[in-house]
Design a protein around this ligand. Structure first.
Ligand code: FAD
Length: 447
C-alpha cells in the first residue's frame, strides 16, 4: 500500500553554530555514488542519526546503510547546543513523581555517555571531553525554590549532590551573581560541533554518509519507503529502503508524521572569544565549568576550557525553523548584558557569534520514541535536552527496528510517550507566543 508523498521544507540556510568558524562547517562527505536501494535509510546526521548509524555498524554490519543530511554535519541543533551531556533527568522530567522512571532516564543517559566516551576514545575525537559535572544554579528566590525541587528528586533516586552557597558558586564561576547551585558530578561537557563531526568522520564501513543530500520527497510505504534526494547543483536520486529512521527532530513533521504534535521551538546562544591573559588575571573563577538554570526559563552558562564564555536563554515558536534577524540582534544585546552583569570585571567582552537553534517540544512534555508507520522509525521531542537522550534513542531505534530486545529498549519505551495534539493555527502561534512571554516574565529574575 502506497502512502502519501510529502515534500519536506528543508532546514534553512540560517546563521549556524558559533562554536567554530563558519569555514569549518563544510560537508564531511560529498563523494560516493548513491545506489537505488538500501537496507536502511537514516535521514538526519545529528546526534540521533549518527548514533543510529554507529549502532548499525555493530549489530548489522552486513546491511547497506545510507545516512543523509541536507546540511553539513553540525549545522543543526546537535552542533549548536550548549554542550552538556546530561546524566540526570532534567527540566520537565523532574516533575514526574515516579522514582523508577527517573532512574530509568538516568540509566539511559549514563549508558549513552558511556558509549560516546568509548567512541571519543576509540576514534581520538578531540571535542574537549570534560568530566567535570555541572551546576544547577539559582539567582533569586524563584530559582532557589526550584533548586530545592531538584534536590528532592535527587534524594528520591539516591543520587549524591553538593549544595553550594553564593561564595561556593563564586569560587568556581568567578561571579557573585548566583545565590546558590547544586553540583552533581556525572554530566560531561563537550564542544558539540567537534563531537558530531568527529563521529561523522568515523562511521562504520557499511554506512555511507552524504551530508550534501536533502530529502525533497518522501513516501513511507508498508513495503519499502522511497525518498527523492536533491544534491548540490540540482541533481536528484531516488532511493528506496527497507527501513527508515527519521532522525530529523522538529523536521519529522515535514515528512508527514506528527504534524500537529511537534512544536518547533527556538532557543539562542552566544559565545565570546577566549579571555586574554589580562582578562584571565581579573577573573577569579576556575576554567571549564557549566551551569544550567534551576528554573527552565533561566540562563545556561559555560566557561570553556579555552576561556570562552557561552550564554544561552530565551525561547520562541519557530514554525519556519529559524530566528528572526531583528530578534537575533536583540538577543545578542541581551546576552552581552547578561555577561556584563555576571562578570563586571571583564568589561566589554566581545561576543563572536550569536545563533538560534531549533528543537522540538511537545505540549504534554512527552518524548516520542518508536515506529510511526510500518518500517518508519523516529525519536523526537526531546524538549530541549536531546544530546544524551538522542544518543540512546538513535541506538535503540535500531534495536527496535531489528527486533533486538533489551532492558534498555524496554526502559526507553517506558519513559517515552505520545506528544499531545496541539491546537491549530492561529490559536497555536498566539497561544505559544503568549505562553513563552509569560514564562520569560515569570523567570525574569533568573535570566
Ligand atoms: C542553543 C541550544 C542549546 C542546547 N543545549 C543542549 C545541551 O546542552 N544539552 C542537551 O542535551 N541538549 C541541548 N540542546 C538540544 C539538543 O541540541 C537537541 O535536542 C539534539 O541536538 C537533537 O538531536 P537530533 O539529532 O535529534 O536532531 P538535529 O541535531 O536537529 O538533527 C536533525 C537533522 O535532520 C536534518 N534534516 C532535516 N530535514 C532534512 C531533510 N529534508 N533532508 C535531509 N536532512 C534533513 C537537519 O539538517 C539536521 O541536521 C540545545 C539546543 C539548542 C538549540
Amino acid at each position: 500500500m502506497k502512502s502519501a508523498t510529502y515534500t519536506p521544507a528543508l532546514p534553512p540556510l540560517d546563521r549556524p553554530t558559533g562554536w567554530r568558524p563558519m569555514d569549518e562547517l563544510v560537508p564531511v562527505n560529498v563523494s560516493g555514488s548513491i545506489e537505488a536501494s538500501y537496507d536502511w535509510l537514516i535521514v538526519g546526521a545529528g546526534i540521533t542519526g549518527l548514533s543510529a548509524a554507529m549502532r548499525l555498524g555493530e549489530v548489522a554490519p552486513q546491511d547497506k546503510v545510507l545516512l543523509v543530511d541536507a546540511r553539513p554535519v553540525g549545522w543543526g541543533a546537535s552542533g549548536r547546543n550548549s554542550g552538556f551531556l546530561l546524566d540526570l533527568p532534567h527540566k520537565f522530567d523532574l516533575d514526574h513523581p515516579d522514582a523508577s522512571r527517573l532512574r530509568k532516564i538516568m540509566t539511559l543517559n549514563r549508558s549513552a555517555i558511556g558509549v560516546l566516551k568509548e567512541q571519543v576514545q576509540q576514534f581520538g575525537i578531540a571535542c574537549d571531553w570534560s568530566e567535570v559535572g555541572k551546576l544547577q544554579g539559582a539567582v533569586k528566590k524563584r530559582g532557589t525554590g526550584m533548586m530545592a525541587k531538584f534536590c528532592e528528586a535527587l534524594d528520591k533516586i539516591g543520587e549524591r549532590y553538593e549544595v553550594l552557597d553564593r561564595q561556593g558558586c563564586a569560587e568556581i564561576m568567578g561571579t557573585q551573581y548566583y545565590a546558590g547551585a547544586v553540583f552533581t558530578p556525572g554530566s560531561v561537557l563537550i564542544d558539540p560541533l567537534l563531537l558530531v563531526r568527529g563521529l561523522a568522520r568515523n562511521l562504520p564501513e557499511n554506512v555511507m554518509l552524504r551530508d550534501d543530500a536533502a530529502v525533497v520527497e518522501f513516501s513511507g510505504t508498508s513495503g519499502r519507503a522511497e525518498a527523492k534526494l536533491r544534491l548540490p547543483g540540482g541533481d536528484t536520486r531516488t532511493v528506496s529502503a527497507a527501513k527508515v529512521i527519521l532522525a530529523t527532530d522538529p523536521y519529522t513533521r515535514e515528512f508527514g508524521y506528527m504534524r500537529n504534535r511537534i512544536l518547533p521551538t527556538i532557543t539562542y546562544a552566544s559565545i565570546t572569544r577566549p579571555l586574554t591573559a589580562a582578562e584571565r588575571g581579573r577573573y577569579s573563577g576556575q576554567m571549564n565549568w557549566g551551569l544550567t538554570p534551576a528554573d527552565a526559563g533561566g540562563t545556561t552558562l559555560r566557561m570553556t576550557a579555552d576561556g570562552r564564555l557561552l550564554i544561552r536563554n530565551h525561547y520562541g515558536h519557530a514554525p519556519k525553523y529559524k530566528a528572526d534577524g531583528a530578534y537575533l540582534a536583540k538577543v545578542a544585546e541581551v546576552h552581552k548584558e547578561g555577561l556584563e552583569k555576571r562578570f563586571p570585571s571583564l568589561g566589554d567582552l566581545p561576543i563572536t557569534s550569536t545563533w538560534g537553534g531549533v528543537v522540538s517540544l511537545s505540549g504534554n512534555h512527552a518524548t516520542f520514541f518508536g515506529e510511526m508507520a510500518p518500517n518508519v522509525f523516529s525519536a523526537n521531542c526531546y524538549n530541549g535536552v536531546g544530546m544524551t537522550r538522542g544518543a540512546s534513542s538513535g541506538r535503540l531505534l535500531v534495536d527496535l527496528a531489528a527486533g533486538r530486545n533489551s532492558e534498555a529498549l524496554e526502559d526507553i519505551i517506558a519513559v517515552s510517550g505520545k506528544p499531545s495534539v496541539l491546537p491549530p493555527d492561529p490559536f497555536l502561534s498566539l497561544g505559544v507566543s503568549g505562553r513563552m512571554k509569560l514564562v520569560e516574565w515569570e523567570s525574569r529574575s533568573e535570566l
